[in-house]
Structures are given as structure tokens and as C-alpha cells.
Ligand binder design. Structure first.
Ligand code: M6R
Length: 360
């Protein structure tokens, strides 16, 4: 049950530090070595390209994991929207390896692609929260998310668990192929810092609520912007806000706004900017913030500590760049939660939606 919580979503948001720690326990042995099934490491090691197939939040988690996977496995990662690839499979590489990312393991759109890759004899891995689920049974291999049951329709802890689980996979494969960054990546330590960073953000719920309460209680639209990893987080942040608050929201690559979409910014339009500590892009995102402020946008900034100034609204403890999407997404989950709450909506059961989508 949800205990003293008003909604499952808030309970599941709060569970995320514990899920991070649990994943570290379950994906390492007593000596601290990463324990991903050798058969998975071998099969993936032979591939020339990784394809991640998913829908919704799981698709966004795939994007958030692309950087760590590409860096440590030294293989290109391509994302596929499940409902598209079921009927429009693009030209594949010579030795593809497919990863099906799915909280429920029951998403019909993803299964449709798995049926095709099985026909083609392509090796596959399902990363899911549900042991014995359809996608798990039908793929060559399974990795579990160990996030515990996710009841709220809006997915939160599954997203962060997916990024963590794929980081363990990236580390294991990278080590097996002798990648130096993989050997140097102390994932257990880094995930413990992530858990602490999440806890610090969760202890600031009132601050986050106060920042969005007025801004999002009667707006019709909003934007999330960011670059690099923050762009991927902005896609997830906007999906979450749309899904439970019914505010029309776009996650946008910050630099792309000026190529058309900035026309939508008017007096009071909420724009939430995500700025993690990436020196290559942080200043550019700041520039884009100034552009929308000049056009009347009401901006909230969510910034990693090392990149932050006293002017910023929500400050996030720094974590390893491979994992920054996990800690950066937390305030956006809370923003969606409070926006829904302040609009008097059923946070856990948004209209028109079901927890698992078993139709194509
Ligand atoms: O169970 P899955 O991860 O395969 O589900 C995919 C999407 O239907 C799901 O993530 C959906 O987008 C969520 N309700 C978003 O919060």
C-alpha cells in the first residue's frame, strides 16, 4: 500500500535513493566486482551496434543512458521508438544487439519489434522491472531493475533504475573489452553519491513546490530546455508534466529554440532550464535562458552545484556525468507531482492512460 503517502507517485519518488543502493548491492559481488551475466557481456561484446527499443519514459531513459553505453562499450547506440520500429524497421548494422527497455515488460509496441528481431535471429536483452514478463521471456537475456512495484501511472523510479542498470551493463562490457574509462568508473561509489544527491533534493520538496505552485497552476503550456544529457532529461521532464498535469509541454534542445519555437515564448511563459555541470554547454544554455527572459519567459533554473550561481532556483549536488540524468530528473518529477496536485488532479491515475499499454 501507499502507507501515509497521499499518492503512490510521491512514495515511488522517495524510494529512489534506496533503489540506487539496492542495484549496487545486487549488481556487485562481495569483492565489489560488477556481476552482469557473462552470456550477456559476450553477446553484447560481439555486436557492432546497440539498438535500444522502448516507449515513453523508458525511451527517454534509453537516451539518458546512451552516453555511458557508448563511452564504455565503444559501440554506437541507436534509439528506436517501439511503435515506429514495429512497422518501419530501418536498415540495421551487420551485428546488431537489441535492448528492450520496459518497466512492465508487457508493452505491445516493444514486443512487436522483439518478434521481428527474433525472426531475424538477432540477440536481445530485456531490461525490465517485472521478472517473467512477456518481453523477458521472449528475449535472449534479461536484466532486472529491482525497483519494486511501480503503481503510479507516471513512471519515476523505473526511469532512474533503468539508467543505473544500463550503467552497470556499460561498466561490465567496457571492462571486458579493456576500456580504460570503464575500469576507472567506480560505479558503486558514484551511485552512492547519486543516492545522496537525490536525498538532498527530496529534502527540499517545499522549496520546489513553492517555485512551481503559482507558475504551473493555471498555465496552458510550458517548456523544458537543456543541452546534451539535460536535453534528454528535458524530454522526460516534459512527458511527466504533460501526463499528470495536462499542461502542454515540450522538452527542447536549448539551442534549437531560436530556429522557430522561440516564437511561442510570450509574457509569463514558464521555461524550466536544466543545467548540469558540463562546461562544454552550460554557458550556452545560460545564453538561451537570457534569450527567453528577454521575451518575457518566467524561468526556473535547475542547476548542478558546480555550475550554479546564487541566482539559480534549484541546486542539485554534483554527481558523475554518466549519472547526472538520474539526479537532474528528480526535481522535474516533483514539479510534475506538485503541478498535478495544485490543479486538483488524480496524480496516480491520469485520464486516458493505463499503467501498461498492451495494445499497439
Ligand atoms: O512498461 P514500459 O516501460 O514499457 O512502458 C512504457 C511507457 O508506456 C511508459 O513509460 C509511459 O510513458 C509512462 N506512463 C510515462 O510515465
Amino acid at each position: 500500500g501507499k502507507g501515509t503517502y497521499p499518492f503512490y507517485m510521491l512514495k515511488e519518488i522517495d524510494e529512489q535513493p534506496a533503489v540506487m543502493r539496492k542495484l549496487s548491492q545486487l549488481y556487485t559481488d562481495d569483492a565489489g566486482n560488477v556481476t552482469v551475466d557473462h552470456a550477456i557481456i559476450d553477446a553484447l561484446g560481439q555486436a557492432d551496434r546497440i539498438y535500444i527499443i522502448a516507449a515513453g519514459t523508458s525511451y527517454n531513459a534509453g537516451y539518458a543512458s546512451k552516453y555511458v553505453l557508448e563511452t564504455l562499450t565503444e559501440k554506437p547506440v541507436e534509439l528506436g521508438i517501439a511503435s515506429e520500429w514495429g512497422y518501419n524497421m530501418p536498415r540495421l548494422s551487420e551485428k546488431p544487439f537489441f535492448i528492450f527497455l520496459s518497466q512492465s515488460g508487457e508493452t505491445a509496441d516493444s514486443r512487436q519489434v522483439l518478434v521481428k528481431t527474433n525472426e531475424l535471429g538477432i540477440p536481445s536483452l530485456t531490461v525490465t522491472n517485472v521478472p517473467g514478463s512477456t518481453l523477458s521471456r521472449e528475449a535472449s537475456f534479461t536484466m532486472l531493475l529491482h525497483a519494486g512495484p511501480e503503481i503510479a501511472v507516471a513512471s519515476t523510479k523505473a526511469y532512474t533504475a533503468q539508467i543505473a542498470a544500463l550503467s552497470f551493463l556499460a561498466k561490465a562490457v567496457g571492462q571486458a573489452i579493456g576500456n580504460e574509462a570503464a575500469a576507472a568508473f567506480d560505479i558503486v561509489h558514484e551511485l552512492s553519491l547519486v543516492a545522496q544527491s537525490i536525498e538532498a533534493t527530496l529534502s527540499e520538496k517545499e522549496l520546489i513546490e513553492s517555485k512551481v505552485a503559482g507558475l504551473l497552476s493555471d498555465t496552458r503550456n510550458a517548456f523544458y530546455i537543456g543541452r546534451g544529457q539535460d536535453y534528454y532529461v528535458s524530454m522526460e521532464a516534459s512527458l511527466k508534466l504533460k501526463e499528470i498535469s495536462y499542461i502542454q509541454c515540450e522538452g527542447f534542445a536549448a539551442g534549437e529554440l531560436k530556429h522557430g519555437t522561440i516564437a511561442l515564448i510570450e509574457e509569463g511563459t514558464p521555461v524550466i532550464a536544466l543545467i548540469s555541470n558540463n562546461p562544454k554547454v552550460a554557458a550556452h544554455t545560460r545564453g538561451n535562458v537570457s534569450e527567453v527572459v528577454a521575451r518575457g519567459a518566467h524561468v526556473i533554473t535547475i542547476v548542478e552545484q558546480e555550475a550554479a550561481t546564487t541566482e539559480d532556483d534549484i541546486i542539485i549536488n554534483n554527481v558523475h556525468p554518466y549519472l547526472s540524468s538520474i539526479s537532474m530528473v528528480i526535481p522535474t518529477q516533483l514539479i510534475a507531482y506538485y503541478a498535478s496536485l495544485h490543479r486538483g488532479l488524480d496524480v496516480d491515475k491520469p485520464r486516458n492512460l493505463a499503467k501498461s499499454v498492451t495494445v499497439e
